[in-house]
Design a protein around this ligand. Structure first.
Ligand SMILES: Cc1cc2nc3c(=O)[nH]c(=O)nc-3n(C[C@H](O)[C@H](O)[C@H](O)COP(=O)(O)O)c2cc1C
Length: 209
């Protein structure tokens, strides 16, 4: 069965614009791909902790030597990785905070990026081990960073996500930007409508297969 992993990461809960558009995208996707199982990981409501030395140490401790606490930690981290491995489609709702992703999304990335599991180093360089998956990233942004915007060089969100996702083998990544959310009511409405028309144009169920 096809599985869609939805990772949301806004601190704004139901008011999240990236979440709103990602939900609309997922509804359209599931209408075009009946039977798709949805798995939701809401990092805003239930943040993954920072990757501490203690947590990483639990992963590196040989299985038979792990304490009960370390076993629980590794099980928690493995569950995050298994969700990604099991999905053939991944939708990430990513608000822009301070020109990049949220710290909660970064903490999730820190946990799923594991040598020998989601990437490995080879004689020819690093190799991503997450393959044959489609990724859609819906960003939420107060300003505008696309097109001819003078703010373009401040965007450390899309370039970073493209780099780290590509490093993991996820190179089929489509961005849907919801921009202008803090400029004015008109700009915010325009940002939402632009994102919706992007979805309608390029990701209508019939064309998304
Ligand atoms: C802590 C914080 C930092 C932000 N930093 C930026 C920023 O650097 N650039 C920007 O365009 N908007 C910034 N914003 C505005 C958000 O990107 C905007 O509210 C967007 O809608 C967030 O996505 P969401 O609605 O899905 O949460 C920031 C908002 C917060 C709360």
């Amino acid at each position: 069965m096809s599985q869609l992993l939805y990772v949301s990461s806004s601190l704004s809960g139901p008011g999240s614009k990236s979440g709103q558009i990602a939900s609309e995208f997922i509804d359209a996707w599931r209408a075009g791909h009946p039977g798709t199982k949805l798995v939701a990981r809401d990092l805003g409501a239930s943040p993954v902790p920072h990757l501490t030395g203690e947590r990483l140490g639990a992963v590196f401790t040989p299985r038979e030597k792990r304490s009960a606490h370390q076993q629980a930690t590794v099980a928690e981290i493995d569950a995050l990785i298994e969700e990604v491995e099991a999905a053939d489609t991944i939708v990430i709702a990513a608000p822009m905070y301070n020109f990049t992703i949220s710290s909660t999304l970064k903490a999730w990335i820190d946990h799923i990026t594991r040598a020998g599991r989601t990437f490995r180093y080879t004689a020819d360089g690093p190799e991503g081990l997450l393959q044959n998956k489609r990724v859609f990233v819906v960003t939420g942004r107060g300003g505008v960073y696309t097109g001819d915007s003078p703010m373009k060089s401040y965007d450390f969100q899309e370039p970073y996500l493209r780099t780290i996702l590509g490093f993991l083998g996820l190179d089929d990544v489509t961005f849907i930007h919801v921009e202008g959310q803090q400029i004015s009511a008109d700009a915010a409405a325009q940002g939402l409508s632009h994102a919706r028309s992007t979805i309608a144009k390029h990701f209508a169920p019939a064309q998304a297969a």
